[in-house]
Design a protein around this ligand. Structure first.
Ligand code: NAD
Ligand code: IPM
Ligand code: MN
Length: 354
């Protein structure tokens, strides 16, 4: 018997506390050989005792867990958002989870706001650099509060960081098929090298070099502004997209809309061979929190992605299939056309995988 996989569960704030319990129930119902441990990191804990990440927190996660399932962080009571920065960006940066893998898959034509677009037309993956860019928070403010105030936010791009994310995208392309079983064949780098010439120049050079090692994969390029337009005009053209931290953040909210909205989008924060972290793309959605209306499917699909990453592919496939069936039968929350609550939609999927 293989050992049970150990999973840390961090629901976080807002709707994270509603959707993650549903994902946990679905994992349990799938029969996956896992052991789950819940952590209370988030706004409530921070407001109670001032702790965002307990001492040794990240090292503990790496040592004691095979994967982490996270909800979302962000609470109107914490104006600085410091806990989100320390917990969420802390995990990404300090655990060096450099590849943010965000699949964009349409499950049913009814979920896509574009005319005539079917599931086979929206099946691409955004590989977002997750440890550099403007997220490093380097910079500063000078002459604060005066008419001469200067704010500087640096954009960090290292040779090592750019190379490993581009390589990850090519490896991903080589190893992952599309939903219909056909191979992935193209990697598109998205940047703004026409304006951001220093960073863009590095990305361009590295992309050219690395793509040369994968002659069977077609390298493509698009400026991020044009990409936004093309994603809405014709999403069929995308296969694997690689980009920096901030562009990756922005274009995956746009891409989520092609799938039925933020409530449907899953993601993984991955460092191959290390404890990786999985979270839905959406945030804590304070206005809808606590009302049993948030869509749990993004979190549930994220759980499936995590199980697949851990090698529990049969369970992952069962969960994916159950969500697909829920969509087809409209056993969903209102944002994707159904009439169920968060709990009821989650329970429907859990019964289906049982
Ligand atoms: P958000 O993703 O929370 O919400 C954006 C919109 O999508 C809202 O209209 C919301 O109601 C809707 N939505 C999101 N998830 C949904 C779901 N599961 N079902 C139905 N509707 C859903 O983004 P925001 O409003 O910009 O941010 C709210 C807070 O969350 C902020 O504090 C932000 O910093 C934080 N945030 C955290 C994460 C994360 O922890 N990974 C990601 C994004 C935003
Ligand atoms: C995301 C979120 C985060 C990000 C925020 C909460 C810092 O939007 O995970 O997409 O920008 O990475
Ligand atoms: Mn985001």
């Amino acid at each position: 018997m293989s050992q049970k996989k150990r999973i840390a569960i961090i629901p976080g704030d807002g709707i994270g506390k509603e959707v993650i319990p549903q994902a946990v129930n679905v994992i349990t119902a799938s029969g996956a050989g896992v052991e789950m441990t819940r952590f209370d990191w988030g706004a409530d804990r921070y407001l109670a005792d001032g702790v965002t990440v307990p001492p040794d927190g990240f090292a503990m996660l790496e040592r004691e867990f095979d994967a982490i399932l996270v909800g979302a962080f962000g609470d109107p009571r914490v104006k600085t958002n410091i806990h989100a920065k320390e917990i969420l960006l802390g995990m990404r940066f300090q655990m060096d989870l450099y590849a943010n893998v965000r699949p964009v898959k349409l499950l049913d034509a009814a979920l896509c706001p574009l005319k005539g677009i079917e599931p086979k037309d929206v099946d691409f993956v955004v590989i977002r650099e997750n440890t550099e860019g403007v997220y490093g928070d380097l910079g500063g403010v000078f002459r604060k509060g005066t008419p001469d105030e200067i704010a500087i936010q640096e954009d960090i791009n290292t040779r090592k960081g750019v190379e490993r994310i581009i390589r990850y995208a090519f490896e991903f392309c080589e190893r992952h098929a599309k939903q219909d079983g056909s191979p992935r064949q193209r990697v598109l780098m998205c940047d703004k090298s026409n304006a951001m010439t220093h960073a863009g120049g590095l990305w361009q050079r590295v992309f050219k070099e690395v793509s040369g090692e994968y002659p069977q994969i077609k390298p493509e390029h698009m400026y991020v502004d044009a990409l936004c337009m093309q994603m809405v005009r014709d999403p069929r053209q995308f296969d694997v997209v690689v980009t920096n931290n901030m562009f990756g953040d922005i274009i995956t909210d746009l891409a989520a809309s092609l799938q039925g909205g933020l409530g449907m989008a899953a993601s993984g924060n991955i460092h191959p061979g290390k404890t990786s972290m999985f979270e839905p793309v959406h945030g804590s959605a304070p206005p809808i929190a606590g009302k049993n209306i948030a869509n749990p499917f993004g979190a549930i699909l994220t759980a499936a992605m995590m199980l697949a990453h851990l090698g529990l592919t049969a369970e992952a496939e069962k969960i994916d299939a159950a969500v697909l069936e829920a969509i087809r039968q409209q056993k969903t929350t209102q944002d994707v056309g159904g009439q169920l609550g968060t709990r009821e939609a989650g329970e429907w999927v859990a019964r289906r995988v049982n």
